[in-house]
Design a protein around this ligand. Sequence first.
Ligand code: SF4
Length: 381
Amino acid sequence: MDTLQKLDLLGAGAQADLACGKCGEGQTRVRDDIGRWIYPAVRPDGRTVKMLKILQTNACEKDCFYCATRRGRDQPRTTFKPDELAETFDQIQRANLAEAIFISSGVVGGGTRTMERMLATAELLRGKYAFRGYLHLKLMPGAEPAAIERALQLADRVSVNLEAPSSEHLSKLSSTKRYSEELLAPLQIARRLIADNPTLRDKTMTTQFVVGAAGESDREIVARTTQLYREVGLARAYFSAFQPVPDTPLDGHAPTPLIREHRLYQTDFLFRRYGFTFDDVIFDPRGNLPTESDPKTVWAVNHPEFFPIELNRASKEQLLRVPGIGPISAQRILQMRRTRKFRAIEQLARVGADEKRAAPFILLDGRAPTQQLALFPSLKM
Ligand code: SF4
């Protein structure tokens, strides 16, 4: 198999891994037109880069029920040797097709052995090819501390895909992965290494969940995510609505509606940018996020005691609770208020807010610009 054929197979294998900001949040299925397996990705510093997503190998000894790469599935298998992948990426980079790389892998011979090959690729990139760009390495299930430490030294970001919010749910997705020992432990080890070593302080960690194939509720996913933000300093969580893959054990399982993935991203955004906590999130009686509206509007409708707020006096924290007002528009409102008052709802559009969504929740100098919360009876939980 030549290099281009390998790129095609191993790029396809990495497709399901979100791995980067722009691969999530509704853009998971958009590919950059400059290359089949090159994606726009957001680095931790906010810069968008072109990233090659690739597997070191698509051979795998695990049996994850949703995965196209699972053992025993009839499909061509191949492996990039470290020098082959490093040289290939060097050429891609020199051709200005990509400036960042994400390396994952099927598992062969356990997590640590699998990582040896990935680390050898990373060593070549950083050493022989003097690559200084963004490198994201997947930590393999059950990887040992030394391999995790080397990955942190070489990569900008590492990740472990938990896939499910608990051991019980993971057992519905795989019979060969152990939740605490193989998936949670590498995140915890990485957390300790980052905390103990000042040279690793700027390294970040992410995880990913397959949504809807294990009978889990949104509440369970959100609870696990917030716990990881708190306890292991997770930088981001990604959510992938389950889509059945032919010839896998979950082939006949219903696909998860993309709106569920979208609501999880919106909720996650509220934690990271709006100061919301787990206790602020409102779930339906089955423990899922309401799909009819975004989680911030649902919160607002269910907290009539908080509204309406006076736009000309509200604090930044209050403004951030208003549907249609985001962190940037809240900041602009505060700046604009220094020189003039808001007297008309149309002024909100000028600071980038969505005035129609905000209108039921605000007052302008004591006047309500529109009918208040009675607008949303169906969102009362
Ligand atoms: S470990 Fe599971 S998810 Fe990863 S490649 Fe193997 S079968 Fe797929």
